[in-house]
Design a protein around this ligand. Structure first.
Ligand code: LIP
Length: 271
């Protein structure tokens, strides 16, 4: 049966997303020893993709083709496929691939569902820790089905700030200059290596805020909804939506101060 937007219930889309993220995450976790022996590179020698990234994406994409054949999909490893239903799925099969490669627990499957171009449901699932963050637009954010809320920090100088860096050396040099200026002005910096997890940590106040330049839609689609539904302001710079030039997720009380600092430092500039 051909799906269309009328068939798209965000809560049902979330239920499917959770099921698929758990299956993909378990595949990645279970096959790691073999998968890290089959690694390719992408934009740079340090930007890796393992056999598990590809297998986890194949699992999700093939299941969606079977269960929701009219939907579009954007996956980190296989790119975009068209659909006619008005629903699009946005998938990072393993966000934090370098952590996965090194045996660090900070990686997750990130899967979001859009209706008419707006993210309405998202899940970030860490198969190592079992932590699973979810959100449906307008209905709040949860971790393992318990409601979560963001930090109530009111001063930039008391803000524990997560960020990340790209793979290309010239971009990293620019990002290093920015973070060197930010560091003395905040409580401290954390760099976990997975944007989806950074956004979920900010959603529940494990860090107060997060920013990063250079993310793809699959890195932040699910985590961005979870962060927003937990009370954070999620945006780009100068009124732009979150996107490749910048993603900021911050409590309203410090958003303007952090935004102004990042604009002053040209954080969305450079290569
Ligand atoms: C990662 C992002 C992270 C960023 C890393 C990398 P990947 O995505 O989640 O925030 O700092 O450089 O881009 O490559 O693990 O899917």
């Amino acid at each position: 049966m051909k799906q269309n937007i009328r068939d798209a219930d965000p809560a049902e889309l979330l239920e499917l997303a959770v099921n698929l993220a758990r299956r993909a995450g378990e595949l990645a976790r279970r096959t790691r020893a073999e998968a890290i022996g089959d690694v390719a590179t992408k934009s740079t020698a340090t930007d890796v993709v393992t056999a598990a990234d590809q297998a986890a994406e194949r699992l999700v994409v093939s299941a969606l083709a079977e269960l929701r054949p009219g939907d579009a999909v954007l996956g980190e490893e296989t790119g975009a496929s068209e659909g006619g239903s008005g629903v699009r799925w946005v998938l990072d099969p393993i966000d934090g691939t370098v952590n996965y490669l090194y045996g660090l627990p900070g990686y997750a499957v990130s899967l979001a569902a859009e209706i008419g171009g707006q993210v309405v449901a998202g899940v970030v699932h860490n198969p190592v820790t079992g932590e699973e963050w979810t959100a449906v637009r307008g209905r709040g954010a949860m971790r393992n089905w318990e409601p979560i809320r963001c930090s109530e920090v009111t001063e930039l100088g008391m803000t524990l700030l997560a960020t990340g860096f790209g793979y290309a050396a010239d971009r990293r040099a620019h990002q290093a200059r920015v973070v060197a200026e930010v560091l003395p002005l905040v409580r401290d910096i954390r760099r976990y290596g997975a944007a989806a997890l950074d956004l979920c940590y900010a959603a529940e106040g494990r860090v107060d805020a997060y920013y990063e330049k250079g993310l793809n839609a699959w890195d932040h689609a699910a985590g961005g909804l979870i962060a927003a539904e937990a009370g954070l302001v999620v945006s780009g710079l100068r009124g732009a939506p979150p996107g490749p030039s910048m993603v900021i997720a911050a409590p309203a009380a410090i958003f303007d101060a952090l935004h102004a600092l990042l604009v002053e430092l040209d954080a969305d500039g450079g290569p």
